[in-house]
Write a protein that binds this ligand. Structure first.
Ligand code: SAH
Length: 256
């Protein structure tokens, strides 16, 4: 019988977090792509309230903080990431407007129609794209915006190996027209959709391959860490083999 491949969600959180600690970003993305998405959003000013959900250590939040005048709240469930986020904000002099808090994206601490913009890079999949779009909508003012990245199929069909891999990890992965329809059905005007370039993935996996070497030394003899390393390497290998079939898209919507 074929051994079932493990996926990242099978691992102890502390393993995942020790792997990602002290990194600028915890998923594929770049300041250029954050700025590109921001370019589709209008009407923000120094009174605007913004939330970055699943902010991690705040790589993209600091880019937003340096480009926007409003108040930004980063929310993440992992306290160590939030501590690093707040250090980053302080060292950039952004801490009076940009602050991180520990929280759950399934139970956000915002008021109804409080926010002008909801941001979320590489994180909405944790509760699912559709659910996130629907549940977070109430926190936006009418006419407010949402901008998220989401793993997406680029074609209608793909080889079984990659289909099976994503079906086992994130069965909600779908094609671009499907995702756009979900955004529209959730009560948003789909304002923009664009593909993140391959470079954000190759940068991400190049960094990851380096980090895996030191991580391996740090966790010598730990079978869970060894399993994690194997899983990460397998995911990177699949990406290089099947990158024409999937990747991250940015979806920007306006609350109707
Ligand atoms: N936006 C960052 C981090 C992406 S990684 C970046 O692009 O670099 C996904 C993040 O979602 C992690 O930091 C993880 O801790 C967070 N996360 C996972 N489940 C969550 C939940 N239920 N509520 C809040 N954050 C969550």
């Amino acid at each position: 019988m074929k051994k079932e491949k493990q996926n990242i969600h099978d691992f102890d959180l502390s393993i995942i977090y020790s792997f990602f600690a002290h990194t600028e970003r915890q998923g594929p993305g770049s300041p250029e792509q954050t700025m590109k998405a921001l370019g589709f959003i209008q009407g923000l000013n120094e009174k605007s309230k913004i939330a970055d959900i699943g902010c991690g250590t705040g790589g993209q939040t600091m880019v937003l903080g340096e480009s926007l005048q409003g108040e930004i709240a980063g929310v993440d469930s992992w306290p160590d990431f939030i501590a690093q986020f707040n250090n980053n904000a302080r060292s950039r002099g952004l801490h009076t407007r940009v602050s991180g808090m520990v929280g759950d994206m399934a139970d956000l601490p915002f008021e109804k129609e409080e926010l002008d913009l909801i941001w979320s890079e590489g994180a909405i999949y944790n509760i699912g794209f559709e659910r996130g779009l629907r549940e977070w909508r109430k926190f936006l003012k009418p006419g407010g915006y949402i901008a998220v990245t989401e793993n997406t199929w680029f074609s209608g069909e793909r080889p079984a190996e990659i289909q099976d891999f994503w079906d086992s990890i994130y069965p909600e992965i779908a094609t671009i027209p499907n995702k756009v329809a979900q955004m529209q059905d959730a009560g948003y005007l789909p304002v923009a959709t664009f593909m993140l370039p391959e470079l954000v993935w190759t940068d991400y996996y190049t960094w990851q391959a380096l980090r895996l070497k030191s991580f391996q030394q740090e966790h010598e003899g730990n079978p869970a860490a060894a399993g994690f390393i194997e899983t990460m390497r397998y995911e990177a290998e699949l990406y290089s083999k099947y990158k024409q079939y999937y990747g991250y898209m940015f979806y920007v919507g306006k609350k109707l």
